[in-house]
Design a protein around this ligand. Sequence first.
Ligand code: PMT
Length: 401
Amino acid sequence: MNSLSQKKILLIICGGISAYKSLELIRLFKKQGSEVKTILTKSAKEFITPLSVASLSQEKVYDDLFNAENESEMDHISLSRWADLILVAPATANTISKLRAGSSDDLASTVILASDKDIFLTPAMNVRMWEHPSTKENLNKLKSYGYKVIGPEIGDMACGEFGEGKMTEPKDIIQVIELYFNSLINNQKLRALVTAGPTNEYIDPVRFITNKSSGKQGYALAKAFAKKGFQTTLISGPTNLKVDNNINLIKVETAHEMLKATQENLPVDVAIFSAAVADFKVKEKNERKIKKEESLHLELEKNVDILNYVSKHNSLRPKLVIGFAAETNNVEENAKKKLMEKNCDWIIANDVSNKSIGFDSNFNEVSIFYRDNKIKDEKLSIKEKSAISDEIVDRVIQQLN
Ligand code: PMT
């Protein structure tokens, strides 16, 4: 069975002269056994007809955001959830600019904005439009959000000019998508474990020591692993976040519970410790609520170190152990110290003195320090935690392979 068989492809066709190539794309996907649903933008209908798209895809064509019949049958959110992958072909300069701005004024842009799937763009436009700095900037921004780009190619254009901007040929696009699904199949043999969120260390039955971690970074990592086909376990301290059921979510409260859940879910191929585990816990927890009239002396003791336990385990150590370091000063020096002391393969440092990233933010900016000094340390510039996670997971896959 080929990797495109039974795959659900949502093809978004925009209004460009290359739209005719999308008909061939549908034909090739169907030949490989994929299901293809299509969205036509308003201007795409100036280039190809819904009838020819429906005939080739053997499916209804979606085109209107405000269509009661469509919404009752398959609303725009279900449409984006239905897909295994979203392909925008051709992706015009206008659509690229709308996506960069996060617009949602038609069905295509709304479905994309609401999607949690990988999105491939195949740009096609006049060479000058392609070379325009605004197009380049828009596309770079979209890449930083995790969008994947196929092409464009150099050649003669429909407008009579020559240069870069031709849409990649359908057979070559199909090859890229096939490789993508192949890599997901290979990843299915791999297991990932992620810790996330804070821990609560109880003083008495109602009071505890905790920290500001929201779990967003760890949840984004687990989602990125699952999206890439990994069997993913997410061990999470208390958060308000949710995940799809393709992730094995284990909720815990204390560091001890987090350690136990981790032990129970080894072995794995890669473990990433993004949880902000409380370093200290109360030596003796009061079994009853402490009255405010009582004087309070807290004696703290060191908590278990989950990362240390896993990275120093002789038989169950994952192939790749990755720690996080939340630092406010001497980021590189402190992170490298943790890399060695905690016996990690990589340490991912975030400078949490910067309030716009790290704890509870939707964004992060990280430096990755590698133990193997053949690999150059690198910085991932500020972006959404989901995009940072995609980049981390891409590097994990590269290393595991
Ligand atoms: O949850 P968010 O709001 O999205 O914020 C993300 C984050 C800032 C919490 C995250 O990016 C991060 O930096 N996580 C690690 C926070 C931390 O506790 O760092 P640390 O330097 O204290 O610990 C170093 C490493 O040891 C971490 O991988 C930590 O998970 C691990 N550790 C620490 C103590 C302990 N008892 N057990 C551990 O496993």
